[in-house]
Design a protein around this ligand. Structure first.
Ligand code: FES
Length: 97
């Protein structure tokens, strides 16, 4: 499991599924969740299987989450900021035209 080398410098907080997550300035949502031991970020729209971080560079889209009510946000490309509300994305998201 990913682990902080120096865990005492976390000064930003946000929530994931209502749970308070401590992060460092400069973290992405994905890195902060990984450091907190959270691996299950969404469920596949096709199989329903759990998905989590894979590439950590915006290429695979396995890390999609809902951020402040906005679906399909890549956790690995989203910087943390105070008071983000992040939720697991379950299955496909309806596209409104
Ligand atoms: S982990 Fe691959 S796009 Fe985020």
């Amino acid at each position: 499991m990913p682990k902080r080398i120096d865990p005492d410098t976390e000064t930003v907080t946000f929530t994931f599924e209502g749970q308070i997550i401590r992060a460092r300035p400069g973290d992405t949502v994905a890195s902060a969740l990984a450091a907190s031991g959270i691996r299950h970020l969404r469920d596949s729209a096709v199989s329903g299987e759990p998905r989590g971080i894979f590439c950590m560079m915006g290429a695979c889209f396995d890390c999609l989450v809902e951020v402040n009510g906005q679906p399909n946000r890549q956790a690995c490309m989203t910087p943390v900021s105070q008071d983000l509300a992040v939720n697991r994305q379950n299955g496909g998201v309806e596209v409104k035209v």
